[in-house]
Design a protein around this ligand. Structure first.
Ligand code: ADP
Length: 477
């Protein structure tokens, strides 16, 4: 059965369909999905525009009830939805279920936020005048998401968009339509009026582009590659629309001489290789001071021996497959580039065969890398990391910040002085002390600096900044 697009409250088949394939077993077709056309995207935008006046004035209890019901259903179905996620994306079942729970928590959080919408009332600078500051929805929000968090990223964009009274046109990544279809289905059944949330699955160059080109899309929130992010930015400036971008990372993880070795190794392995290294907050630059360097590398090698790379759905798997063939080729290319550049491949990097045909790669660790190498400067987006040896904390901090990106930055140290200095001086939106660079909460701001992000933060109360516009009203008493 082909899962359809949702446009103006109707499930629409369209003329074409595409298949989603399980990267752990390429013989397994996860599902078939209707491929939206540019006309479908325009119809979805028109529906969202027509639905906006009523939804923007809808009662907070109506919005609260729909988001709450959605949270409840996602959490009740976490095992089934988590399995679907792991089948379509390739992260392990534990990670897939964990991400699904997080999506439920996000809907729960924003259900609560509907009830806390507030403004400010202040006296004017002039006598007998009152000033009110309120937040209003923006209008039609275009949501474009990547494949690496198939349910959490759609959740953290859709939930606040609806909570604050916007209508939505949502385009998920083509590789992972299943989780997106599932949450749209849940929201639709939870009682959203027609046109408030529209789903258009399909190609970025067709459906995504139609959204970028429409004057009726008033804001776009995008997570994906730097190249596409630049297109979103250029088109949005052209249309004078609000936009928010989350793009690449090249996140550093610093290990100091005084680190607890087991804490450092656990955090580094998690940062670099969990979720197959396919997280924008993953660390692929491990910056290690010389006093602990050799012990750290040896302990990493030992820890990496124990990592089980296999079918994402199998119990006991630590690292699932790479998401698809083109990503696997990119990872392999970077492993070859690292060797050519003179880094030493200390562990892993081989393609693996398992019981089922899939895109299996042994996590790779380079040593003797420098921060000038391409493997240290460009986002690989796979289970490939490089150790860079430095003299001391000052050099470690300088190397950590010497990157065009600035999403997340981690340090392993038992020194309060260095931890405090690092938190203050790391050029990143998120800083982690004795924790992996990835793995963030759902109720606090998420986002980066420099080339990683543009616009205001996502998630938590800070999401209001993007999904609303501020009005200042003056009244003569
Ligand atoms: P990734 O490398 O993670 O696939 P992309 O930037 O290619 O990153 O994709 C992220 C999202 O952007 C996907 O939903 C994709 O379909 C969409 N996309 C790709 N090209 C365009 C485009 N020209 N306009 C709008 N969206 C696009």
């Amino acid at each position: 059965m082909v899962q359809k697009n949702l446009i103006d409250g109707e499930w629409i088949a369209g003329s074409e369909a595409f298949r989603s394939i399980n990267p752990s077993n390429t013989n397994d077709v996860v599902g078939e999905y209707a491929r939206a056309s540019a006309d479908d995207a325009r119809a979805a935008i028109a529906a969202a525009k027509a639905a906006f006046p009523a939804w923007s004035r809808s009662g907070i209890l109506e919005r609260h009830a729909i988001l709450r019901k959605t949270a409840d259903e996602i959490l009740a179905r976490k095992d089934e939805l988590g399995k679907l996620l792991s089948r379509e994306e390739g992260k392990t079942l534990v990670e897939g279920i964990g991400e699904t729970v997080r999506a439920g928590q996000i809907f729960d959080f924003f259900a609560g936020e509907c009830l806390r919408l507030a403004g400010e009332v202040l006296p004017s600078a002039r006598p007998n005048i009152g000033v009110e500051i309120t937040r209003e929805p923006i209008g039609v929000v275009g949501i474009i998401t990547p494949w690496n968090f198939p349910i959490a990223i759609p959740a953290w964009k859709i939930a606040p968009a609806l909570c604050y009274g916007n209508t939505v046109v949502f385009k998920p990544a083509e590789l992972v339509p299943g989780s997106s279809w599932a949450i749209v289905d849940i929201l639709h059944r939870a009682g959203l009026p027609k046109g408030v949330l529209n789903l258009v699955m399909g190609k970025g160059s067709v459906v995504g582009q139609a959204m970028l080109d429409s004057p009726d899309v008033h804001a776009i929130t995008f997570t994906g590659s730097v190249g596409t992010g630049k297109r979103v930015a250029a088109a949005s400036v052209e249309h004078n629309r609000k936009f928010q971008l989350e793009m690449g990372g090249k996140n550093p993880f610093v290990v100091l001489d005084d680190a607890d070795l087991s804490v450092a190794v656990e955090a580094a392995v998690n940062s670099a290789f969990f979720s197959t290294g396919q997280r924008c907050t993953a660390s692929s630059r491990i910056i290690v001071t010389e006093g602990i360097h050799d012990r750290f590398v040896a302990a990493m090698g030992e820890r990496m021996q124990g990592l089980v790379v296999d079918d994402a759905l199998k119990a006991g798997t630590h690292i699932g497959p790479v998401v698809d063939e083109s990503q696997l080729n990119q990872d392999s290319d970077y492993i070859a580039i690292g060797k050519q550049e003179g880094a030493r491949l200390a562990f892993g990097g081989e393609l693996l065969q398992r019981d089922t045909p899939g895109f299996y790669l042994q996590p790779a660790l380079f040593t003797e890398a420098t921060n000038k190498m391409r493997i240290s400067r460009e986002e690989i987006f796979g289970p490939v990391a490089a150790v860079i040896r430095v003299k001391d904390y000052d050099e470690a901090l300088a190397v950590a910040n010497d990157t065009p990106f600035g999403l997340s930055s981690g340090i392993a140290t038992t020194s309060l002085k260095h931890a405090t200095h690092f938190k203050r001086n790391a050029e990143a939106g998120m800083v982690m002390v004795n924790l992996p660079t990835a793995g963030v909460d759902f109720h606090v701001p998420f986002g980066g600096r420099k080339g990683s992000s543009y616009g205001s933060r996502e998630q938590g109360r800070y999401a209001a900044e993007f999904y609303t516009t501020v009005k200042t009203a003056y009244t003569l008493a």
